[in-house]
Design a protein. Sequence first.
Length: 256
Amino acid sequence: MKYNIVACVPTKNEEFCIEKVLKVLSLFCYKIIVNDDNSTDKTQEICKKFDKVDLLIRRKHEPMNREGSLQRQELLDKAYEYDPDYFFFIDGDELPVPSIIPFFENIDTTINTWYLPMRDLYKDEHHYRIDKFITNHGISRDFSKPTTNKGFIVKNIKNFKLNYDITQHRCRPSNQPINSPTPHKIANDNAMILHYSKLKPYYLSGQSNLDRALWDNYTKGTNIQKILKHHALCWDDTTLKLEEIKDKWKWDWKKL
């Protein structure tokens, strides 16, 4: 690769898709740092199979305090030890498409922070949501456009240190550091991310929404049932419309 790229991957029980993510990242990343939040499945076992993975295992902590920002700060602190040209933040259930490699090879170096478009896979690995709706409760969703607040790329600038606000337990409203350097730019679909979140057993069982409600109750005192209802409304599929993922977004897994 033209540039040294260090991937920063926070994980928690990602065995459903982490092997695919690590196979892809291994193709173009100099190092892959995984910071695992005490997974109870085979996530750590899978990570240890990859030579480029530097596996961190977080200390045990109060499970209701997500520590999302702190987990990412720990990733950054470790990534700085490798002095990369670029930091590439991506979750353990997010898969970059094949054109990410030429994107990095031809990256516009005048841009310091890239926000990456993301599509939510739905029902299976071959389709994503494209419908939009407004509920009677005033919640609106537009899946016809990709979201851009998840995966991102940041240039490693000399004498400039990226930081997270570690008081934010879920790293909201976005997953970027609080001082991501300008200029910023949204990448085109050559840097698309496919999000596996809504395919995982963790989500399908309802445990994902419950955990989020419990986290918010613990840190902010929000009503658990109210948050559960909110998440259900946000992912209502009454208007569900799916589109098949583009051929250019597909990896040839037989060759990887």
